[in-house]
Design a protein around this ligand. Structure first.
Ligand code: NAP
Length: 285
């Protein structure tokens, strides 16, 4: 048996077209501001793609780029300005920040109503309470994929490998909201494959090429590979491609989860604009 491939590229195009339609229907201007510090080539490519995708969807964007040695206070001052700027609906700080910056401090300076990455404690807390507002784009893209491919979650065993604030934890919360029975694994998990073999839905968000091998996967499982690893052989995921022979449904790398992330960022930017302009206070703010 070979698993059906989840076509993230096609689904992302569909979501982007839907967002473009919704931006037109919304009528008002929608604006995303990005901040990039440093010269990491991958970050420059990602930010460039986010601006291209925004323009294509009818979302304006502002591009703030700084040299690596820029003091943290400059970024905090800019964030205060963007937070107060009524013409800006969404703010994204591209990670990683240079080592001299306090990443949580910078991320927490983003107005939660404009926090299109969903990393602010208020948005993380709302998700934890089961009343999400702005949710991190990568895990919310995975949920759209699972829904599109008709994957049943209620009462199913979901195993998430990885517990980062930006991927693993929000992924687990979203699966829990859909009534899956969720296990979160990490680097101290005693017997990883004992857990992964139980999974009806297995999500890998680790950053280790080929960590998940065919013997770790239940036959017919849905396998979502969030990992992006640059190797000599090119871009690879956390899941050994041989798992395609065991799984029922699986995302490829590249062309799986990655394209969905940008599409969901656009969706979050429009949501932030609609919410802010409707002048409804964020729960808990
Ligand atoms: P991260 O912050 O480094 O977290 C990695 C997680 O994996 C940690 O929780 C870590 O456990 C766990 N881990 C490490 N080694 C392990 C092992 N041998 N067995 C089990 N768990 C292990 O990374 P991240 O930001 O969550 O990103 C994860 C991957 O997703 C990366 O490859 C990243 O590039 C990719 N990513 C892709 C997208 C996309 O759009 N496709 C977006 C974001 C991230 P501890 O907590 O115990 O250290």
């Amino acid at each position: 048996m070979t698993a059906e491939r989840i076509d993230g590229k096609a689904l992302a195009e569909k979501v982007r077209a839907e967002v473009a339609d919704d931006v037109r229907a919304y009528g008002g201007s929608v604006c995303l501001a990005t901040i990039l510090v440093g010269d990491d080539p991958a970050s420059h490519v990602y930010v460039g793609k986010k601006h291209d995708a925004s323009h294509e969807a009818g979302i304006e964007s502002r591009d703030h780029r700084f040299a690596s040695e820029t003091p943290e206070s400059v970024i905090l001052d800019l964030l205060a300005e963007l937070d107060d700027d009524d013409g800006v609906d969404g703010i994204l700080v591209q990670l990683p920040l240079p080592a001299h910056m306090d990443e949580p401090k910078v991320l927490h300076a983003v107005d939660p109503a404009k926090d299109v990455d969903g990393f602010h404690p208020l948005n993380a807390g709302l998700l934890y309470l089961g009343t999400p507002h702005l949710v991190p784009a990568t895990p919310s893209g995975v949920m759209v994929m699972l829904a599109e491919y008709g994957v049943e979650l209620r009462g199913k065993e979901a195993v998430v490998v990885g517990r980062s604030e930006i991927v693993g934890k929000p992924m687990a919360m979203l699966l829990l909201m859909e009534h899956a029975t969720v296990t979160i694994c990490h680097s101290r998990t005693a017997d990883l494959s004992e857990h992964t073999r139980r999974a009806d839905i297995l999500v890998a968000a680790v950053g280790r090429p080929g960590l998940v091998t065919p013997d770790m996967v239940k036959a017919g499982a849905t396998v979502i590979d969030i990992g992006v690893n640059r190797t000599e052989a090119g871009l690879v995921g956390d899941v050994d491609p041989a798992v395609f022979e065991v799984a029922g449904l699986m995302t490829p790398v590249p062309g799986g989860v990655g394209p969905m992330t940008i599409a969901m960022l656009l969706r979050n930017t429009l949501t932030a604009a609609q919410h802010r302009r409707s002048e409804v206070a964020l729960p808990g703010s």
